[in-house]
Design a protein around this ligand. Structure first.
Ligand code: BGO
Length: 269
């Protein structure tokens, strides 16, 4: 099996990677770019390769790191993603998590730096966060190696789970309707488990993906009509619609997961 290790820069990804793989690391370059490619075997299970992805904030095709990460996720389609989230900067980090989920690859979110969170007297209800996100969430402290065993166990479980078409985070119903119409058009042209990714990218008018999917001129026009209708409904351009949907979802997740004073006793018990 192959797992991808993803996360924002400074989320503690390297610390987690070193703790998980120990001495079994190999280093090279991603094809065509000077971005370092690092892999390793899990210390606890040498049959599992952990592929470290560059630290990124987004899966947009704007930096070499983003392009390397998304090409790997879509082309190599690893069995699961272990997503390292800096729990002290959760909004920004979850913005990447929801994009990673759009790839359709099973994901486990590891909330790192929980030692710092505890020192700041903050608290998360990780069960609520998992529920709202639609993916397992584990608290870890990569620096001390805490929680990593559980994070790996959950990632193995996620990779072995039956395909679950409902594991995607759901956005606004009107946006979802547009995505599902695009999915119907591209269904025969892309792998089934990646159709949501391709549909969202076409909706964003992502140039790289538009070149990749072999649409006829009529199909291209149909997709463009769907996008134009959504833009009218939302009174916004398609790329902004997607960005806003992701942020709205992240805000809902954070509002649910941050423990407020009045439910403190409940979750601490
Ligand atoms: C320095 N807890 C705490 N408290 N810190 C952590 C944890 C954790 O669970 N995990 C990682 N860190 P990277 P990317 C540093 O390097 O793994 C720290 O970019 C310092 N360095 O030790 O590099 C980790 O690979 C001087 O901190 O992240 C590192 O994702 C003073 O988070 C930083 C203070 O981790 C980034 C910290 C010279």
């Amino acid at each position: 099996m192959e797992f991808a290790l993803a996360g924002n820069p400074n989320s503690g990804k390297t610390t987690a990677f070193n703790a998980l793989t120990g001495a079994s690391q190999y280093v090279g370059n991603w094809p065509g770019v000077t971005v370092e490619k690092k892999g390793g075997y899990l210390k606890k299970d040498k049959s599992i390769v952990l592929q470290d992805l560059p630290g990124i904030y987004s899966l947009a095709p704007y930096t070499p790191e983003e392009i390397v990460a998304r090409d790997y996720l879509i082309d190599a389609h690893p069995n699961a993603i272990l997503d390292i989230v800096d729990a002290t900067n959760v909004e920004r980090n979850l913005y990447l998590s929801v994009q990673l989920m759009e790839t359709g690859i099973p994901i486990v979110v590891a909330m790192n730096m929980m030692d710092v969170v505890a020192r700041q007297n903050k608290q998360f209800n990780l069960d609520k966060m998992a529920y709202a996100l639609g993916a397992p969430v584990v608290g870890i402290c990569a620096l001390k190696g805490q929680g990593l065993k559980e994070a790996v166990a959950k990632t193995v479980q996620a990779a072995n789970a039956e395909e679950d078409t409902d594991r995607y985070p759901r956005y606004d119903a009107r946006f979802e309707a547009a995505i599902s119409e695009i999915e119907d058009i591209i269904c025969p042209l892309v792998p089934r488990d990646r159709k949501r990714w391709f549909a969202i990218k076409l909706f964003e008018r992502d140039i790289k993906v538009s070149e990749q999917v072999n649409l006829t001129a009529d199909q291209r026009q149909d997709v463009e009509d769907i996008i134009a209708t959504a833009e009218k409904i939302f009174n916004d351009d398609s790329e902004s619609i997607v960005i806003n949907e992701r942020y709205a979802l992240v805000t809902r997740i954070v509002n649910l997961a941050v423990v407020k004073k009045n439910d403190f006793s409940l979750s601490a018990s």
